[in-house]
Design a protein around this ligand. Structure first.
Ligand code: PGA
Length: 255
């Protein structure tokens, strides 16, 4: 982390977990534990939990995000949710292009780019996910692949807009597997992302953008990961479902 240059942001990605009553209980447990955090705290919850999460987080330092949205304003898209709908209920963040959505729901670099544009137009902060699979890492194409994902996702995004984005580097092989990228691997790719941003925009813009790491980040490895220059926070899956573990990570980012 380099808190002089950019914000530290810890975001929980609850994925398809917690009913509304379970969500309320977890947030109530979390609120007193994280109230003194000196990093931004976000929880990205399932659609049906958004309203109760907004209500329960009121007056606290916990912000609420969604995990996906459609790139059109409205229309015949059965089962989808638009950015306007999220905005109206008070959502401040949305995860875009998570690898599970790329893998299971046909999300592509093109739809990711459309979504990033639309989210920004609606004044919601996108948490843009990129990352390589194990095969791609073994082929030695991680750097090119991640740079390409970034370039595609940010096509036609202005410098002013880019400054609002959060990027999450999530190696697919580390998600939910218990395998974490080493601090060096994570910092190296986050650094590649930053130099890609500097090429697309400029050095100052690149230095101001929060780049998280995600993939089996937990209470025991967060401290070391977050001590690295280019790791400005985390996108946390499994460990965000346990108030105590999530709190340890938030404390590590609050140092
Ligand atoms: P994990 O998930 O922490 O459970 O590996 C991270 C993510 O998918 O965002």
């Amino acid at each position: 982390m380099n808190k002089e240059l950019r914000k530290a942001v810890i975001a929980g990605n609850w994925k398809m977990n917690k009913t509304p009553s379970e969500a309320k209980a977890l947030i109530e447990e979390l609120k007193p534990l994280v109230k003194n955090a000196s990093c931004d705290v976000v929880i990205c919850v399932p659609y049906v939990d958004l309203a109760v999460a907004i209500e329960t987080c009121k007056g606290s330092n916990i912000k609420v995000g969604a995990q996906n949205m459609h790139f059109e304003k409205s229309g015949a898209f059965t089962g989808e949710i638009s950015a306007q709908m999220l905005k109206e209920i008070g959502i401040e963040y949305v995860i875009i292009g998570h690898s599970e959505r790329r893998q299971y729901f046909n999300e592509t670099d093109i739809t990711v780019n459309k979504k990033v544009k639309f989210v920004l137009e609606n004044n919601i902060i996108p948490i843009l996910c990129v990352g390589e699979t194990l095969e791609q890492r073994e082929q030695g194409i991680t750097a090119e692949l991640v740079a390409l994902q970034i370039k595609n996702a940010l096509l036609d995004i202005t410098t002013k807009q880019a400054k609002k984005i959060i990027i999450a580097y999530e190696p697919v092989w580390a998600i939910g597997t218990g395998k974490t990228a080493t601090c060096e691997q994570a910092n190296e790719v986050n650094g590649i992302i930053r130099s890609t941003l500097a090429k697309i925009y400029d050095e100052n813009t690149a230095n101001s953008i929060t780049i998280q790491y995600g993939g089996s980040m937990n209470a025991s490895n967060a401290d070391e990961l977050l001590s690295k220059e280019h790791i400005d926070g985390g996108l946390i899956g499994g460990a965000s479902l346990k108030a105590n573990d999530f709190t340890v990570i938030i404390k590590a980012a609050s140092k």
